[in-house]
Design a protein around this ligand. Structure first.
Ligand code: ADP
Ligand code: GN1
Ligand code: MG
Length: 371
């Protein structure tokens, strides 16, 4: 059922500290149902909260997911304080429902959570300026650094095999074979594009298996719109969307940001001539990410950064295509063929990365040498 149908029940389950005056849909995430809740305290102006129904299609165990998020946000809060930061602004904080759990389960089993709205920030859908993109890179690099000491083994795998690119390809092949909706015929070019890159799908995983890349606590969904930027200074303030914080590869956190931000087009742009990898933005982000990570990454991780970019883009393309073939059951869509269009932009970006591969390698070498 649509999330709106539960709002009355859910709003009553939390103590917002003042009467609520409404909840409206908010943001441009593809996964959760997000609302902004307005309250009206008697003596002060309106306070806002973020209310989210976690996607049941994406997350099978919301309790485990919330255990990860409460653990990570409390840890981040302490680290931020230790660094003399403002934990209320720089880290999310889970507001528990009246029953004391970490989230509220509605009458049909939907899981809902609340965070304070981080005020005075903006959420960008594209890298409007290189400075903003750099700010997001520093924030994601810092995230990596702050969580360096977090006990990774205590984290649940909220989505099994999330960035297992080999498995993503296997799932695409299965969807093509089943072709539930008869859509495979119109995606011949995209399917071939993915199959032609089967060997690539193993590059990072093999490096992990060989001990060349370490497992770290990673965010795993480092789109530009998952970092809130200070509306005045443009600084990356708070990393949000912590649903996929799990043990993973730092190169994937780097790579997903490049996939989404190092270009000037929307993820579902239909005019592919407008979809181009911006190598200068790749350079900008690399420098900022490494600066934020402050020595956390090994030389080998830095060397593999271009692979992170290519693999996250290829994998995301496969996921959009799989979802299109399966009937758009995972990524929210607002129009027909949106997931196919999203897949096509990813293919275009992968091609661009291949074309500029030597330049990308030179950029990371340049920063690796200067570290
Ligand atoms: P999804 O997984 O669906 O992307 P997100 O957790 O990223 O969900 O939230 C969707 C959008 O809601 C974000 O892109 C951002 O605009 C907004 N948002 C989420 N949390 C906060 C917060 N604490 N303060 C302000 N805005 C937020
Ligand atoms: C989803 O949740 P959101 O909108 O930030 C997805 C990412 C994809 C992204 C593509 C949990 O991100 O993995 O890369 O869409 N999140 C999940 O835009 O699957
Ligand atoms: Mg998001």
């Amino acid at each position: 059922m649509k999330a709106e149908a539960y709002l009355e029940e859910v709003l009553a389950a939390f103590d917002f500290g003042a009467p609520t005056v409404g909840a409206i849909r908010f943001g441009q995430g593809h996964i959760n149902d997000t609302f902004v809740v307005h309250t009206q305290p008697e003596d002060r102006c309106c306070r806002r909260f973020i209310l989210q129904r976690m996607s049941a299609a994406a997350f099978r165990h919301p309790d485990q997911l919330m255990e990860n998020i409460t653990g990570v946000t409390e840890y981040l809060g302490r680290e931020i304080e230790r660094n003399h930061g403002d934990r209320e602004r720089e880290a999310l904080r889970v507001i528990r429902p009246r029953n004391g759990e970490s989230c509220y389960t509605d009458r049909d089993g939907g899981a809902w959570r609340v965070y304070p709205f981080v005020e005075g920030t903006v959420c960008c859908q594209s890298a409007e300026t290189a400075e903003l993109f750099a700010a997001s890179g520093r924030a994601f690099g810092r995230f990596q650094r702050l969580l360096q000491g977090y006990p990774a083994q205590t984290l649940h795998e909220t989505i099994p095999r999330f960035h297992d690119t080999e498995d993503r390809l296997a799932r695409l092949k299965a969807a093509v074979k089943e072709d539930r909706l008869g859509r495979a015929a119109e995606c011949g070019r995209e399917i071939r594009f993915m199959l032609d890159r089967e060997a690539d799908c193993s590059v990072a995983l093999q490096a992990l298996r060989d001990g060349k890349l370490p497992l770290r606590v990673t965010h795993n969904d480092t789109k530009l719109n998952n970092v809130l930027m200070d509306e005045k200074t443009g600084e990356g303030i708070c990393i949000i969307d912590l649903d996929t914080v799990m043990p993973g590869l730092a190169i994937n956190d780097f790579g997903d940001s490049i996939r989404f931000g190092a270009n000037h087009s929307a993820e579902d742009e239909t005019d592919l001539s407008r979809v181009n990898l911006d190598v200068a933005l790749f350079d900008t982000y690399t420098r900022a990410f490494l600066e934020g990570a402050g020595g956390t990454l090994t030389k080998q991780e830095i060397e593999y950064l271009p692979w992170g970019a290519k693999l996250m883009t290829l994998e995301c393309g496969m996921r959009f295509l799989t979802d299109y073939l399966e009937g758009d059951v995972y990524f929210h869509i607002s129009r027909e063929r949106q997931n196919l269009d999203r897949c096509r932009t990813q293919c275009k970006l992968v091609s661009d990365m291949e074309e500029h591969w030597d330049e990308l390698k030179q950029i990371v070498e340049k920063y690796s040498r200067s570290m």
